[in-house]
Design a protein around this ligand. Sequence first.
Ligand code: HEM
Length: 528
Amino acid sequence: MTDVASKGPQAGDDRAILTNRQGHPVYDNQNQRTVGARGPATLENYQFLEKISHFDRERIPERVVHARGFVAYGEFEATGKWGDEPIERYTRAKLFNTAGKKTDLAIRFSTVIGGRDSSEAARDPRGFAVKFYTEDGNWDIVGNNLAVFFIRDAIKFPDVIHSLKPDPITFRQEPARIFDFMSQTPEAMHMLVNLFSPRGIPADYRHMQGFGVNTYKWVNAEGETHLVKYHWIPKQGVKSLTADDAANIQANDLGHATKDLYEAIESGNYPQWDLYVQLMSDDEHPELDFDPLDDTKVWPENEFEPKLVGTMTLNRNVDDHHNENEQSAFGTGVLVDGMDFSDDKMLVGRTFSYSDTQRYRVGPNYLQLPINSAKNAKVHTNQRGGQMSYGVDLGAGQNPHVNYEPSITGGLREAQYPTHDEQGPVITGRLTRKRIPRTNDYKQAGQRYQLMEQWEKDDLVKNFVENIGQAVREVQERMVWHFLLVDDELGLRVGEGLGISPDDVRHLEPLQSQTLTDEDRERLSNLG
Ligand code: HEM
């Protein structure tokens, strides 16, 4: 007689029965099937094989960046306006058009560099990715908490990330490698001044801002376009940590930000962010001393006032971390009618990269998963097959034999273009590889420093000195040279901490990879 015979449901136990994925009841989940009590095991042990081989495949590759993150759900409520003006003047995107209109959304907050179990108190940009499930399909804003980025051309992304990721041999994040790269990347100064200030370690996910960073377009019913940037402002306020605060937190808990968000939502303390939009006419804006498509720049708020368009409330946690977090997929290509891409050279590179990595990381049918599917829109494609395909998205009355287009025997048809002519700018140019003309790498970095409170400036200088101090002398000197061009005081203070005076760096020539403004040249000639 086997052990199984002695078990069986106890009277009054109404818990569901454990089965395998074939729907077969599991009678014994403690013992493999063996020849005799001491083995050997048999190969026809289907229940055991299914269980262990599924376990062997439990992990999918973690994201190449932003591996650690946490998803929550909520809704977006529109004001129907851009500030005081009807929003239809600028965009026909339906989710914005009516005051009080609500749209379901998912959000994923993340760190960038660490692996999926790494510390959430690291000095690192934070990801702020929102997926709106609109009636016209999904819209993603995939942003960060610092408003700008290290680089302005997508071709440099693998390099900047390699410099920030662990050393390929020691597998430690090495400030010497980071500043080796950054010292040769003048456009990174604005991001570095943010990242090494307390803003570089947000207190948690609820108390940080989010920014779309890249420049997009809005399109109205007449087809007129405007350039826009998105800003999420937390109603909870903004809180940041110094390196010492962060060290104390991560000594006890690597996941404090996830815990904070999860518990706030579980207890009904729903966090909220207002969405503000900056907007400018769709042209090159030669009057500005920066390029509006440059993601290392912010748009001055006194000239381009951010105006409210709605509020996001997070009110639900995930049911399963793997299904809804690990398999979630956000991307900059995911826009709805009423929105468009700008020619921002980062944006176009990102737009390729996200869905490319997701087809590899999650699989070619990643958009069939509930977290990623356009659940509030009608989806009918002629896509079939591929790993893990399930369900066929037939349209009402569609002939199921017709998975091609065009067809006159009951297939899907193309949509009508919205009734307008394209009115974006006409662009002509020679194919080339060139920097944008208005790089202006230092001015906004200096303004950012000048706006900081004294304790933030002190923390920034301390962090720079500690980290850059680990790099070789030439890198330290080049960083001091950059900082003197950013702001005299910042350059002098970091220099002092590293034992480098303006006289020590006066001989340095501008990098080949930079274009200096007249103002930069003037500062250069006055160095020291
Ligand atoms: C994630 C590429 C710049 C924000 C990712 C991923 C890739 C990637 C491959 C992993 C996606 C996945 O596995 O699902 C790039 C490239 C960039 C770039 C090639 C530049 C050319 C940026 C910038 C921002 C940003 C400028 C911020 C504005 C994010 C966020 C995620 C992410 C928030 C995580 C999305 C999530 O939570 O799943 N990026 N990225 N990235 N990136 Fe970027």
